[in-house]
Design a protein around this ligand. Structure first.
Ligand SMILES: Cc1cc2nc3c(=O)[nH]c(=O)nc-3n(C[C@H](O)[C@H](O)[C@H](O)COP(=O)(O)OP(=O)(O)OC[C@H]3O[C@@H](n4cnc5c(N)ncnc54)[C@H](O)[C@@H]3O)c2cc1C
Length: 473
């Protein structure tokens, strides 16, 4: 554990200390450990895995999966009416999620163990650029030193001060997981990815949902057709979407919550899920001690090598902002570790990070949208496949959805993939793999010249490619 000193170099206990055990911290720690570095990770929560495992990605996806299966079961014509129309409480659905969280956390803890990374539980704060103080759960403190430090402390839900989040009917995306009562209706404030996903989950459980959006359309970064499709399906399933609204005040009552909107509207529901923005976890780090300053969202600035303005301090994951995805955080962690070892991140992240949105139906896309290509005056063409025409979708009764391929009409290079429907987040990766090929390998022709298993959802690529190529003259 103790590093051998040279005469001039200072002696540190560890080559590196990583703060946080989410995907970002895990990525840094594992890469450094595999390169033979002595590493300690500090985690303030009682188990490893980060917000990703305990409050964010994993619980919401496990909830979504259960609700999606429930919808599928209830709408499956194979079952008689007496078997169908099953209802599940939030607590029941959550119990499956809890099992997944436990397994994931146990698995991730074993990675640290196997790679001889020292795991220390407690809250980390800087003493100086090489020294971290750890405040343990029993109030005792400890101090460790390291040549390099990586901040991977993630983010938490933004909770404005004028809303009483201690009220038993007012939740954020962390506290909603401990929902004990059975709401008949819910107001979800914030129609970003998290708000839209929870709108699908609650509606799928039969709860009436009012979704309040501050903008004029849902998830405006998506290709317009896809965002329109989501709006339609949420609307068709009974979600009331209120665009261009913002709250004026929130009143917590004994048995309900009232949200007064700036537009003068008043909304009442059994509970409120406030899902509007996130704040980087930097306020407890005593950044002043090392001369670092977070921005107004609690986020840190880094360069292309994930280095902060302090030479030996790096940062990855949600704490550096966009794209704030578990998928990206892990890769950022590995790249940051490369920088910490060699001074430079060798493997730059692929530019086109796929978007996976686990609404019901699911959404996934990679590359350019039609709107971006039009604005850039790129002569593109569109190829589409509708799931309702695919044998596999008919067999599985997952006929809602479509795949859209955008390609250059002269070079035939694949420029964007947009998928809406069951398993979209898996399906998109076939197109992504082709887009990442260099040279002629990245053209739409690949999908026509390849034999796909039959029947599969992947066949959508062949159908969409033929559809698109038919438009070329
Ligand atoms: C509801 C929801 C759904 C999501 N769904 C998806 C999805 O489907 N796909 C996807 O890719 N992403 C999703 N995300 C985003 C994803 O969870 C985050 O991008 C990811 O967790 C970021 O990883 P991280 O390592 O930066 O931070 P985190 O996973 O948040 O981990 C940070 C860790 O640092 C610890 N920590 C903080 N401060 C200290 C300190 N001072 N001392 C010691 N430890 C500290 C925390 O306890 C935590 O364990 C979702 C997020 C939410 C909230």
């Amino acid at each position: 554990m103790t590093k051998k000193s040279t005469k001039s170099a200072p002696v540190y206990q560890y080559d590196a200390v990583v703060i946080g055990t989410g995907p970002g911290g895990e990525g840094v720690a594992m890469q450094l450990a595999k390169a033979g570095k002595t590493v300690a990770v500090i985690e303030r929560y009682s188990a490893v895995g980060g917000g990703c495992t305990h409050w964010g990605t994993i619980p919401s996806k496990a909830l979504r999966h259960s609700v999606s299966r429930l919808i599928e079961y209830n709408s499956n014509p194979l079952f008689s009416d007496s078997l169908r129309n099953r209802h599940m409480t939030f607590a029941e659905v959550m119990s499956h999620a809890s099992g997944v969280i436990r397994s994931q956390s146990k698995l991730r803890a074993s990675f640290y163990d196997r790679n001889r990374v020292t795991l220390i539980h407690g809250e980390a704060r800087f003493v100086d650029a090489n020294t971290i103080q750890i405040v343990k759960a029993d109030g005792s403190t400890d101090q460790i030193t390291a040549a390099q430090i990586a901040i991977a402390t993630g983010s938490r839900p933004y909770c404005p001060k004028d809303i009483d989040f201690n009220h038993p009917r007012i939740y954020n995306s962390d506290t909603i997981l401990s929902l004990k009562h059975e709401p008949q209706n819910i107001i979800i404030y914030g129609a970003g990815v998290i708000g839209s996903e929870y709108a699908s989950i609650f509606r799928g459980m039969g709860v009436k949902v009012d979704l309040v959006n501050m903008r004029d359309r849902l998830l405006s970064f998506l290709d317009t057709e896809i965002s329109d499709a989501l709006s339609y399906h949420l609307w068709n399933n009974g979600v009331v979407i209120r665009h261009m609204e913002s709250y004026k005040s929130v009143e917590g009552r004994e048995d309900s919550v009232i949200v007064n909107l700036e537009s003068g509207k008043r909304m009442r529901a059994d509970c409120l899920l406030f899902a509007n923005g996130r704040t980087g976890n930097t306020d407890m780090l005593n950044l002043e001690a090392v001369g670092l300053k977070a921005d107004s969202r609690g986020q840190l600035k880094v360069d292309a090598n994930y280095r902060t303005t302090v030479e030996n301090i790096f940062a990855v994951g949600d704490v550096i902002g966009y794209p704030s995805l578990a998928s990206a955080a892990y890769n950022q962690g590995r790249s940051a570790a490369e920088s910490m070892i060699s001074g430079k991140a060798d493997s730059q992240l692929v530019e086109d990070i796929p978007t996976g949105i686990y609404t019901i139906p699911e959404i996934s896309s990679v590359g350019k949208t039609e709107q971006e290509l039009t604005a850039q005056k790129v002569p593109y063409e569109v190829g589409r496949a509708q799931f309702k025409h695919l044998a596999r979708a008919q067999i599985a009764s997952t006929t809602v959805g479509s795949l859209k391929i955008l390609f250059h009409r002269e070079t035939k290079e694949v420029l964007g993939i947009h998928c809406f429907g069951e398993r979209a987040s898996e399906i998109v990766h076939i197109g992504q793999a082709i887009m990442q090929q260099k040279g002629p390998g990245n053209t739409i022709d690949y999908f026509v010249n390849t034999t796909f298993n039959y029947p599969t959802m992947a066949e959508a690529y062949r159908v969409a490619a033929l559809n698109g190529l038919n438009r070329i003259f």
